[in-house]
Write a protein of this length. Structure first.
Length: 226
């Protein structure tokens, strides 16, 4: 019974999403928006539940347990982090008060700065450094694995020219003012071609993923209708 109910809800929501293809038809045109609102609301509710069960609830349970105390919840660093997060949350709630807006803005500035720092570290350790390692990884036996050497050279040239594309350097000339060298222009063109190819591949992969999801949904509609 529950499986049939879930299948029916999925069928209705799928039809509501596909109603976007009909345009702004009276009544029908709002079905897509309703489906999007339901998705956003459920996502927000799921995030709230996970945050409560994974972060807030464990602390509340330890506080209410008479066998535990704040010293047993962890070291001082954990306790400081918990109270700092609690203080930040309370300060954000002061946003409606205009006289205390500077406090809320200060908290948001800290959150944004920390988020940017975490993102930068993740980009360096998760993308840039592995890419640099891949560019210098040369096979030990070149004759036995020539294709791997070619792949390494292509990765090296693509990475270097792609990075060089964002570097613009010119030299001063008395006749024309400033001009970029032919070698620099050539490297920038190669880097541009590499970036366009990479973006095209990513876009094609995204389209393929969307088509796969669309095919699965259409197959679900036909299967449910049958």
């Amino acid at each position: 019974m529950a499986e049939n109910t879930i299948a029916l809800i999925s069928f209705v929501l799928t039809l509501m999403v596909f109603s976007y293809l009909l345009g702004d038809v009276p009544l029908v045109g709002n079905l897509y928006r309703i489906a999007v609102y339901i998705f956003i609301g459920m996502t927000a509710a799921f995030t709230l539940i996970v945050s409560y069960e994974g972060l807030i609830l464990p602390y509340l349970q330890d506080i209410q347990d008479p066998a535990t105390s704040w010293t047993l919840l962890g070291n001082r660093v954990d306790i400081t982090i918990f109270f700092t997060a609690l203080l930040f949350g309370l300060l954000i709630l002061l946003k409606p008060f205009k006289s205390l807006t500077w406090l809320t803005n200060s908290v948001l500035a800290v959150v944004i700065a920390v988020g940017a720092a975490v993102g930068l570290v993740g980009a360096l350790t998760g993308t840039l450094f592995p890419l640099l390692q891949a560019t210098v990884a040369i096979p030990e036996d070149v004759t036995a694995d020539f294709s791997a050497l070619v792949d390494s050279l292509l990765i090296f040239v693509g990475a270097m020219t792609g990075l060089y594309y964002f570097h613009y350097q010119v030299r001063a000339k008395a006749e024309v003012g400033a001009e970029q060298s032919r070698v620099g222009r050539g490297l920038r063109h190669i880097g541009k071609a590499v970036l366009v190819t990479a973006l095209g591949a990513i876009y094609a992969s995204t389209i393929l993923t969307c088509l796969t999801i669309l095919t699965e949904r259409i197959g679900f509609l036909f299967q449910f209708g049958a």
